[in-house]
Design a protein around this ligand. Structure first.
Ligand SMILES: *Cc1c(COP(=O)(O)O)cnc(C)c1O
Length: 413
């Protein structure tokens, strides 16, 4: 996307606004598909929670993607967007048996990640095949906030519980159609990932009814210059080879599935904000924008670094800024950042704003969630309206604040 296109969108739809480039989503999808071309049956299930606007889900469906969902509501969104139930996998954590049964009734693939629910589900519905989420206890990346395969993680069934798992499957006569892992959000070290995969292959040998093996996600994308990213081509070559060898040993060509979220949508997203105030203090220059962690919480929640560009002054002399929001909390987007000289009214663009940005937005400080715009084939389309005051009060019910009478008081007692 060009700078002028983004500026035009901010002009037309106002700020703050999220913009998603469909072309970038498609090229990421194609890149991952090409990397695994050695695999006969590849399935990419887009992780809906990264960016769940219906138009984005419909685009993913059009590209030939499946859908990875973590709640019954995401399943509903997927069905509404046109995905066939069999192209949706439901991978929740910590949900009730009832919700899993609801998803099963909708015909989607079920993934269970603990033995208690597995035993109950298997006893009640031995005919509905399920996938199991395994925790291989492999640490992916170094940030413990996003590593979910290690020993203290709440995700998955430990590989050390395989004997108990096998007993449940045998006694309930349930069918296991898939083996799944999702070790964390960053695959930096391909050898570590391959090591976890070997554990998955070993586990898979215990089950005779498999249809697929799901390696989750964790593809890392660059956020700033010099960032390491997952080499998907190398991963495709190495894992593809091992997967094909495994299928031979297993005696059947299985499906290789992934659930990329960030990889598909992060770089496709731009978040445009307007500068309300430039505030010089004794120690820094703040650029205060018309947003905050109510719209983009990743820098404050994960310490993630989003590149910030002054769209209004691209050739401007660079100066050091602290970019902050308008929320009554410390909501620093970036400190000591060199940005083209900023004036009040300028449009600042946050890059990598496609994944876990809008979907984590809130109404804190009673602010509206921003609009969303899709950029496709040189055309901008509004795909979510900016909220209004109506949205803030929609579900509020007025309480009766008149003093309670003696009578009611006694009744309550
Ligand atoms: C969040 C999630 C993903 C997507 O992870 P990314 O890092 O965004 O690619 C995939 N699978 C499961 C089970 C998840 O919870």
């Amino acid at each position: 996307m060009q700078r002028q296109d983004l500026l035009q969108i901010a002009e037309t739809y106002g700020a703050p606004v999220y913009v998603y480039d469909a072309g970038k989503i498609q090229s990421q999808f194609n890149r991952l598909t090409a990397a695994f071309s050695s695999v006969g049956r590849l399935k990419l299930n887009y992780a809906a929670k990264a960016l769940s606007n219906l138009s984005i889900l419909r685009l993913m469906n059009q590209l030939g993607s499946g859908l990875d969902t973590v709640s019954i509501q995401e399943v509903q969104l997927g069905l509404m967007a046109g995905f066939r139930p069999e192209d949706i996998i439901y991978t929740p954590n910590g949900v009730s048996l009832e919700e899993i049964e609801q998803a099963a009734a909708m015909g989607v693939r079920i993934n269970i990640d603990n033995l208690s629910i597995l035993e109950q589900f298997g006893s009640k519905h031995p005919d509905i095949p399920v996938c199991i989420r395994i925790n291989p206890h492999v640490m992916a990346g170094g940030n413990s906030k996003i590593s979910v395969g290690h020993i203290d993680s709440k995700f998955g069934i430990s590989i050390h519980q395989i004997p108990h798992l096998l007993r449940i499957v045998e006694l309930t006569r349930m069918k296991i159609n898939g083996i799944h892992m999702h070790t964390g959000s960053d695959i930096l070290d391909i050898d570590v990932f391959l090591y976890a995969s070997e554990i998955l292959f070993e586990t898979a040998m215990h089950f005779k009814d498999l249809n697929f093996i799901d390696f989750g996600s964790g593809f890392k994308v660059p956020y700033k210059e010099g960032d390491i990213q997952t080499n998907v081509e190398e991963l495709g070559e190495k894992l593809g080879g091992r997967f094909n060898a495994f299928c031979k040993a297993y005696g059947q060509e299985l499906e290789l599935a992934f659930e990329p979220g960030k990889f598909l949508v992060s770089e496709a997203g731009y978040f445009l904000t307007r500068v309300n105030v430039v505030k010089q203090t004794t120690s820094t220059v703040f650029a205060g924008v018309d947003s905050g962690f109510n719209h983009l919480i990743r820098p404050m929640l994960y310490g993630s670094s989003h590149e910030i560009i002054n769209l209004s002054n691209p050739e401007g002399k660079e100066r050091y800024y602290s970019v902050v929001g308008y929320i009554c909390e410390t909501d620093t987007f970036a400190s000591n950042r060199r940005i083209g000289e900023i004036a009040e009214g300028d449009i600042l663009c946050f890059r990598n704003a496609g994944a876990y940005c809008f979907t984590m937005a809130s109404n804190y400080n009673s602010r509206y969630r921003p609009a969303e715009v899709l950029w496709k084939d040189g055309r901008a389309q509004l795909i979510r309206k900016r909220e209004t005051f109506e949205d803030l009060i929609r579900n509020q019910v007025e309480a009766d604040l008149s003093p309670a009478s003696e009578m009611t008081h006694r009744e309550v007692k």
